[in-house]
Design a binder for this molecule. Structure first.
Ligand code: SAH
Length: 217
């Protein structure tokens, strides 16, 4: 069962979480405001109510997790989001990251390969207020050619390598943020597509994501 009530206790814990993330180096105020605005406990089973505002990943079913808030903030910061950008997210999962992007004024296209997770977001009433998020059931390796190109692409699962089909769906001047690696730990990378189509790769810290898997389930 999901929680639907946002109490003063939850709001207080959320403020502390935001300050914790700030102290770990996230300085973009729009991201911190977004995290402060979104009741993370709504995205989890009520069994996690006591711990929902700890800066940790938690299970959301089907062997998947809601990312750690610091990781969500870190990836979002690397995307350098401007208002009204079109963003493709691979790995909807709990939809928490998608809501952070929507709170920042983005137009979000998010794909999930697991039908059960996709369906559970369809009945998650809190998401109804986010008209700027479009949910898709499909394989993120294929992207969304019909809606391409995107200003930004965010991969929230560990990719063994950079998917060329997704690079092709990036606008010139756009960026992709992706955790790359096939082991337990991946390196966060940012790929920028230059106006002339050439790519610039930057590497950042190490993180641990669930794997990106091809096909639908
Ligand atoms: N962004 C999520 C994090 C979820 S974990 C959140 O905020 O909660 C990663 C998710 O990626 C899982 O739900 C997993 O099923 C999904 N995933 C893995 N490979 C995928 C693929 N090829 N296409 C789409 N989704 C994928």
């Amino acid at each position: 069962m999901r929680q639907t009530e946002d109490t003063y206790r939850h709001k207080g814990l959320r403020k502390k979480l935001v300050e914790g993330i700030r102290s770990k180096g996230i300085s973009n105020e729009k991201i911190l405001t977004a995290i402060n605005n979104i009741p993370r406990h709504f995205f989890l089973d009520s069994a996690f109510d006591e711990v929902a505002y700890e800066d940790r990943a938690f299970p959301i079913g089907e062997g998947q997790t809601i990312s750690q808030p610091y990781t969500v903030a870190y990836q979002t910061q690397l995307l350098e989001i401007n208002l009204f950008e079109k963003i493709l997210e691979v790995g909807t999962g709990s939809a928490y990251q998608a809501c952070v992007l929507a709170e920042m004024g983005s137009q979000v296209f998010t794909i999930e390969r697991q039908k059960k997770l996709y369906d559970s977001n369809k009945s998650f009433s809190f998401l109804k207020k986010y008209h700027s998020i479009k949910f898709f059931y499909g394989d993120g390796y294929e992207g969304l050619p019909t809606f391409a190109p995107f200003d930004k692409i965010l991969i929230t699962a560990a990719a063994p390598e950079i998917p060329q089909k997704l690079i092709d769906q990036l606008k010139p001047g756009g960026m992709m943020v992706i955790p790359v690696g096939s082991g337990d730990v991946q390196q966060m990378m940012r790929i920028s597509k230059m106006e002339n189509g050439s790519l610039k790769e930057e590497v950042f810290d190490h993180f641990s994501f669930v794997p990106m898997v091809g096909g639908k389930k």
